[in-house]
Design a protein. Structure first.
Length: 729
């Protein structure tokens, strides 16, 4: 154990600093475009690697009626349910290590490529006055869009002057931290905003019917209008020969597809399964089919969701946690902010709705809390804060409905470890031996336990230490929130734990590679370690995680199973790899139902030493600074059951999300999810049932297989009276 390596963050005692090591903040190395190591790269000859062969062992039983072999247990992951259910599947590998008996991985059928609906779908007859919309009208509307933007700036200034701002450490401030845009995303949002407002103005001025909006607007390319200076980062995307040939992924995900350089790049739009469903065809949240407002997202939450303890019999919270880890790799939907980057507030400090003029910037979609709300009513709150998602430039570079922005790369490329833009990626590196910055912590003796480097956040960020009432000790001065490739590494201690072990694995790989290849420089070591770690994450996702979620046969049917040997030739360069709006704003949030209200800390003897209640630990990674605690979280992850995926959600999420200590309430994640779907213009539940081939429902009784009618039919009648027999909306 020697002095700190260059640019590593060190938390140590005062005596350590007195010995002359630099005090934080450390200067960041000046950012330069990472020089890709020693080109020219030649593509390696792609020969099918030889697969390890495992001898049949005489005592291996058949599993699922199939012959098995003794293999490393990870190679049995896709068979985990059958292997677990079959007695005597434990075996010994020829090298003496323990293994499991299981069959070969089943073969895939080839999946069907997915097609996004076109902007102008079907035979839409445009009204005459809409058909003759011309570029002059578009330019006039663009002027109005620009004016709107200026008005927004004035509104923001007025609000600041009147002190209608986000309160530090409030749930809104913490949510803003969770959904904080990168600098680049803020620029993109502003440019896209003008395009969306142009469309909104056109729709209003020309009274374009909602169903005609797509066809009326998509014929206008931004480059043919006064909006030609907007969103040029997409139209002018460029990749060098060198980038296209590099064996390493770019940090921002660009240049992955040789013809569509921006596909999958950070700060680009989510794509869609179904056409958007906005009330005005552009950006106004969906209404019911009869034009009336949809019921409050909070009312939907309290009507449908309970907090019941229903632990899974087969799955530990590692499954939940890896889901969130994956989510933070492939998506990050930043909220809109004020022009200076400060968060927007959508309710008053005492939880009431703001005056209309105070949210005339259009960035708010606050959630109504019914006055008889079973929880929030006692705090007198009638308004839950909700800020709309940042807008993206449309990759088709046309005028049309709003699209939302993904601030992370859309690929499974561990952007949450490495960053999704070059500036952040550079800040995370030591620039020595290919390693990433850590907070060096020294336990007893020579025991080291690196943590993530610190994030010296903005003043609005909630304090990163636990209050005395919770921890029993004064908040230590060395505790910092963490910095990683994604902005949410410390949303919970278990999330931070996941980020830390991937960080450590990168540095372990870099060290091993350095020993094996003494001639490699920092860049080469960093990129090779990164490449291996990404492959590990992808393999965990497809070999271990997805089979639990989707099941083996569905995986095989979709062509998603890993191969027993060799590699796949399924890559289709016509397929846009972008994440879908439906996935990010809807489907993949299923994981919230699995969250346990208390995370267990379990010791080596498998006894629970402590449980931590989520409400106290959002963005407060203090417990990880204690030697040994990360291991206790890891054993907890591997032993505590998840909650089942159902209509039950812990109150830590539905009543206490991002709670400020001592306030007694936070936000409701289920309500936020529902509202986010409306913000994204997702279609109705019925539209997706139809898409998935399970048929529309027409009366609530049709939902009996999903929602217990005994519990819910009366509440549907009571709460959604006007729509009680029509779940269509
Ligand atoms: C304790 C654990 C978790 C917490 C506190 C949490 C919290 C949140 C919050 C606050 C949001 C933003 C809501 C909004 O404003 O729209 C969110 C979004 C999301 N969550 Fe979770 N979540 C957790 C676990 C999970 C898990 C286990 C999964 C999936 C398996 C998941 C998937 C998602 C997805 C896909 C989004 C959308 C992300 C984005 O748009 O950037 N979350 N979550
Ligand atoms: Ca990514």
């Amino acid at each position: 154990y020697g002095p700190p390596r260059q640019h590593q963050y060190v938390v140590q005692d005062a005596a350590y600093y007195r010995r002359g090591y630099p005090q934080p903040p450390y200067p960041q190395p000046p950012y330069t475009q990472p020089p890709y190591p020693q080109p020219p790269y030649t593509q390696p000859p792609y020969t099918q690697p030889t697969a390890p062969t495992y001898e049949p062992v005489h005592y291996c039983p058949n599993v699922a009626g199939l012959e098995t072999r003794c293999r490393p247990t990870k190679d049995c992951a896709v068979w985990y349910d059958e292997t677990l259910a079959t007695p005597y599947t434990a075996c010994q590998l020829s090298d003496g290590n323990a293994g499991s008996c299981c069959p070969d991985i089943p073969s895939n059928t080839k999946g069907t490529p997915f097609k996004e609906p076109p902007a102008c779908q079907g035979e839409i007859q445009l009204d005459d006055h809409v058909g003759c919309l011309d570029v002059f009208s578009v330019n006039a509307a663009a002027d109005a869009g620009e004016l709107e933007l200026r008005l927004h700036k004035e509104t923001a200034k007025r609000l600041k002057d009147s002190d209608i701002v986000v309160q530090a450490a409030s749930p809104r401030a913490t949510h803003a931290r969770f959904s904080n845009p990168s600098d680049h995303a803020r620029v993109v949002n502003t440019e896209a905003f003008v395009g969306v407002h142009t469309a909104v103005v056109l729709v209003k001025r020309f009274k374009i019917k909602t169903e005609q909006v797509g066809c009326a607007l998509h014929k206008f390319k931004l480059t043919d209008t006064d909006l030609d200076k907007k969103c040029t980062s997409i139209s002018k995307a460029h990749c060098t020969e060198h980038q296209l040939n590099s064996p390493y992924r770019t940090i921002d995900g660009s240049c992955n597809n040789e013809r569509h350089f921006v596909w999958g790049r950070a700060a680009t739009q989510y794509h869609r399964m179904l056409a958007s469903d906005y009330a005005d065809g552009v950006w106004a949240p969906r209404t019911g089919k009869n034009g009336i407002e949809l019921p409050s997202a909070r009312l939907v939450s309290t009507t449908l969701v309970r907090d019941e303890d229903k632990p899974s019999e087969s799955t530990t919270i590692w499954f939940m946690q890896y889901g969130q880890f994956l989510d933070h790799d492939i998506v990050s939907t930043p909220e809109m902010t004020n022009e200076d980057g400060t968060p927007v507030t959508c309710c008053s400090e005492d939880g009431k709705h703001l005056e209309n003029e105070d949210r005339s910037h259009g960035k708010c979609l606050p959630i109504d809390v019914p006055t008889n709300d079973p929880f929030f009513a006692k705090f007198g709150r009638t308004c839950i804060q909700f800020v709309r998602a940042s807008l993206a430039c449309r990759t088709d570079h046309q005028l049309g409905h709003a699209t939302q922005l993904n601030d992370n790369t859309h690929f499974i490329d561990l952007s949450l470890v490495y960053g999704s833009n070059d500036k952040l990626a550079s800040e995370l590196r030591t620039r020595v031996n290919g390693e990433l910055n850590v907070t060096l912590k020294q336990g007893r003796g020579f025991h080291k336990f690196d943590l993530l480097p610190p994030n010296e956040g903005s003043p609005l960020h909630a304090p990163c230490t636990l209050p005395r009432e919770v921890s029993g000790v004064e908040p230590p001065s060395n505790v910092r929130c963490f910095k990683a490739g994604d902005g949410r590494p410390d949303v919970t201690p278990n999330m931070a734990t996941s980020q830390i072990i991937f960080l450590r694995e990168h540095n372990r790989l870099a060290k091993e590679l350095a020993q094996l290849n003494p001639s490699w420089d920092d860049e080469r070591l960093y990129q090779e370690a990164r490449r291996i770690l990404i492959a590990q994450a992808q393999h965990i996702t497809y070999n271990e995680w997805l089979p639990i979620l989707l099941g083996r046969s569905k995986m095989a049917q979709l062509g998603l199973l890993p191969l027993q040997s060799g590699f796949s030739t399924d890559y289709d360069d016509h397929l846009n790899p972008s994440i879908l709006s439906e996935f990010v704003a809807g489907a993949f949030r299923f994981g919230h139902s699995m969250v346990q209200g208390k995370a267990l800390m379990v010791n080596q003897q498998r006894s629970v030493e402590e449980d931590i209640q989520l409400r106290h630990h959002f963005f407060k990674p203090q417990t990880l600074y204690t030697p040994g605690n990360l291991d206790k979280y890891l054993i907890g992850l591997a032993t505590q059951p998840t909650q089942k995926v159902d209509l039950s959600f812990t109150k830590e999420l539905t009543e206490h999300l991002f709670e400020e200590t001592g306030m007694g309430f936070g936000l409701d994640l289920v309500a936020l999810n529902i509202q986010r779907g409306r913000d994204f213009g997702l279609g109705s539940y019925n539209d997706y049932r139809e898409l998935c081939g399970i048929g529309r429902v027409t009366i609530y009784d049709d939902l009996a297989d999903l929602i217990d009618p005994v519990v819910c039919n009366p509440c549907f009648q009571k709460n959604f009276g006007h729509q009680a027999t029509k779940p269509n909306t």
